[in-house]
Design a protein. Structure first.
Length: 230
């Protein structure tokens, strides 16, 4: 009898855990707040999306395309937690969150994530693979804990997820994700000039500067193990 009761209780516990993995939240409509912010910058809820992340200031920016083809900043979210420090991810288990230029396609949306909702960053990209960097399943997700990912809590995660989802459904090929260690202005580059990652960061700065000037999606290639921005 005890074994039977234990088995039933255990099944109930498991069922309770499973209810937290609810794919329906990924099909929820965009929030009124997000739609209002989108319209206020001259974009539509189905407009193409671009995301920028800044590690040092714990910020994730959501941008949307407006009529002239440039992107306008819609919302900035606080990154609750990310693993490691500024600097790129090099290998599985180093507990670093990635930096660089990535893209998010439809297959990278995880409707059944145990972290409320999540989007796969696309690490490792071509640059990472050419350098032999390893690791997988590096996400932007809800909650407030991280193992190589970017945690932005549940409500922001749902807004970012639904914005990306609807842009992809509206035929955006992929969402560009730009991940920087910090805002790469002259002063911050000077402050970090002796960091061991400075050569890598100078490559990222070219993309940062171009986007700051144009607010347009970057044309990113990898040639001879280096980012080439056009």
């Amino acid at each position: 009898m005890f074994k039977k009761i234990f088995a039933i209780s255990f099944a109930i516990i498991l069922a309770g855990c499973n209810t937290t993995v609810d794919s329906r939240r990924g099909f929820a409509p965009q929030s009124e707040s997000l739609i209002k912010a989108t319209i206020s910058v001259g974009a539509m809820p189905s407009s193409p999306v671009l995301i920028r992340i800044f590690k040092q200031s714990h910020e994730l920016e959501l941008w949307r395309m407006i009529d002239d083809g440039s992107y306008a900043l819609v919302k900035t979210y606080s990154i609750c937690a990310f693993s490691g420090d500024i600097g790129p991810k090099n290998k599985k288990g180093d507990r670093q969150a990635p930096e660089g230029f990535y893209s998010i396609g439809p297959s990278q949306l995880n409707y059944n994530s145990i972290r409320f909702l999540s989007l796969n960053t696309g690490y490792p990209n071509i640059f990472d693979r050419q350098h032999g960097f390893t690791g997988s399943d590096l996400m932007i997700h809800g909650g407030c804990d991280s193992a190589g990912c970017y945690a932005i809590e549940d409500v922001p995660a749902q807004e970012v997820f639904t914005a990306v989802r609807d842009a992809l459904k509206a035929k955006q090929h992929a969402v560009q994700l730009q991940i920087y260690p910090f805002r790469m202005n002259t002063w911050n580059m000077y402050l970090n000039g002796v960091n061991k990652h400075i050569a890598f960061w100078r490559q990222l700065k070219i993309g940062y500067d171009k986007f700051e000037l144009t607010n347009r999606e970057l044309n990113v290639n990898v040639i001879n193990k280096k980012y080439v921005i056009k």
